[in-house]
Write a protein that binds this ligand. Structure first.
Ligand code: KIV
Ligand code: ZN
Length: 499
């Protein structure tokens, strides 16, 4: 029988730390339920002491999810552990994830401490967490750059103190697969009591080796992997869940299995990308738009004769349905509902009606409506109750013309109008919004992307603005990129002008 590998998903903690990817509690519950349906074993739901929002999310996810263990992150600090335990009170299966830096650099510069004192603090944190929950995971932060002999002493001490899982993070994404694999092997062979705990990998992708390192860890004895959907996470991200799951499925000879329902991979990936406004790179393994697209004539010919000529995974195995009904202006509610179901979104009749009206409006402007468009419509209409809304926008621009924009905003039910000129149509429209808002808002970053291709495509706009020393993020998508830009700007402003 195949060995079992536990999938620990940290999309809602390490993944959610990415600037601009923050989710509200309702969205986090939606993600947690999708992760449960996908079959993950552990959901790291947040870092409760870090903010009331994180605390509340852990509480609500604990109530909403049944099967997976809900995990809360802490530092090796008593207060963190107490708050985590309180946030986990409704979880059916709960885990506290506590830890401390163990590399010489962390010990010296982060903690101004020494190796012996760090072991004492690690042991004390595990013992304290054990007072509240049975399942305690310990992380040795920057284990990737921690000397193996010392790391083995730390791991032995925390297992003796009661840790059920020990996480060996390559926090900086520095390790080579051979070194990371050897590190796990060293621990498996040299730590007394290692059989009493599960060893976990947690690899970052700074050098593009996160999945390779994770697999090296698994091949050398790790039986839990910490991953995120689409590989999102701090800096270059974490190991991608879908990659590990499909490697193990494709390489049966390894003899290790997960509980992941692979047919839900694509819909979960799309849903998370859409909710977090984090596009998936087209050539991303397993879930990228081009992952199964064969463009060269030789490849197309080969695939048509026999799919396996150039495909090692059947797209259907990850839930990509190539016989999907194409959505156009003539599609009915049932077709839209079916598409949403494939994408992991279930709506009430009332919500479906609202989205369907928006769908028809978009289909009038765009020939084929793709999955990203559909998810965008859902996100756009159902997750935002904004105080400021764009009511009207008219822009005159062109060659030899000074761009001018007229804007009307609905602010808490009252209509305000203004116009302005600018060095381009977006500048003119945003200046007109500024004339109404009258607050000092500085645009720090402004990114426009087409979702797919074609001149009728939707443009996605991400905007980062600064107001009163704080950064806020805004997002929108529209077939009109000037409207999308203004909406993204307003979206960011709505974050600080709450009712
Ligand atoms: O990368 C890391 O070391 C972490 C720990 C907090 C587990 O995310
Ligand atoms: Zn991490």
């Amino acid at each position: 029988m195949a060995d079992r590998l536990f999938i620990f998903d940290t999309t809602l903690r390490d993944g959610e730390q990415v600037p601009g990817c923050q989710l509200n509690t309702v969205e986090k519950i939606q993600v947690a339920k999708a992760l449960e349906a996908l079959g993950v074993d552990v959901i790291e739901a947040g870092f409760p002491v870090s903010s009331p929002g994180d605390f509340n999310s852990v509480v609500e996810i604990s109530k909403a999810v049944t099967w997976p263990t809900i995990c809360a992150l802490t530092r090796a600090v008593e207060k963190d552990i107490e708050v985590a335990s309180e946030a986990l009170q409704y979880a059916k299966h709960k885990r506290i994830h506590t830890g401390i830096g163990t590399s010489d650099s962390h010990i010296k510069y982060k903690f101004n401490s020494n190796r012996e004192e760090i072991i004492e603090r690690a042991v004390a944190a595990v013992k304290y967490a054990k007072r509240f929950v049975e399942d305690v995971e310990f992380y040795a932060e920057d284990a990737g750059r921690t000397d193996n002999e010392y790391l083995a002493r730390v791991v032995e001490a925390v297992i003796k103190a009661g840790a059920t899982v020990v996480n060996i993070p390559d926090t900086t994404g520095y390790c080579l697969p051979s070194d990371y694999g050897a590190k796990i092997r060293y621990l498996m062979e040299n730590v007394k009591g290692i059989q009493n705990a599960v060893i976990s990998t947690h690899c970052h992708n700074d050098l593009g080796m996160a999945t390779a390192n994770t697999m090296a860890g698994v091949l050398n004895g790790a039986r839990q992997v910490e991953v995120t959907v689409n590989g999102i996470g701090e800096r270059a991200g974490n190991t991608a869940l879908e990659e590990v799951a499909m490697i193990l499925r494709s390489h049966k000879e390894i003899g290790i299995d997960t509980n992941i329902n692979s047919q839900k991979i694509y819909s979960t990936s799309r849903m998370i990308s859409s909710l977090m406004n984090m596009p998936v790179q087209p050539n991303k393994a397993i879930v990228g738009r081009n992952a199964f697209a064969h463009s060269s004539g030789i490849h197309q010919d080969g695939v048509l004769k026999n799919r396996e000529s150039y495909e090692i995974i059947d797209p259907k195995d990850v839930g990509i349905d190539d016989n999907a009904i194409v959505l156009t202006a003539r599609s009915g509610r049932a077709a839209l509902k079916h598409r949403l179901h494939i994408l992991g979104v279930e709506l009430s009749q009332e919500a479906l009606d609202i989205v369907y009206q928006k769908f028809l409006a978009l289909a009038d402007r765009k020939k084929d409506i793709n999955d990203d468009d559909v998810l965008m419509l859902v996100g756009k209409d159902l997750t935002k109750m904004q105080r400021i809304k764009l009511d009207y926008l008219q822009v005159v621009s062109g060659v030899g013309v000074k761009p001018v924009a007229c804007v009307a905003l609905d602010i808490a039910g009252e209509r305000f109008e203004a116009s302005a000129s600018g060095n381009g149509p977006v500048d003119a429209a945003i200046s007109a919004v500024k004339n109404i808002i009258r607050r000092k808002v500085t645009i720090q970053e402004f990114l426009i992307q087409a979702i797919n291709k074609g001149s009728d495509d939707m443009g996605k706009v991400h905007m980062q603005v600064e107001h009163d020393g704080t950064t806020y993020y805004g997002f929108s998508a529209n077939t009109d990129i000037i409207a999308a830009s203004v909406e993204a700007y307003i979206d960011a402003i709505n974050k600080f002008v709450k009712a």
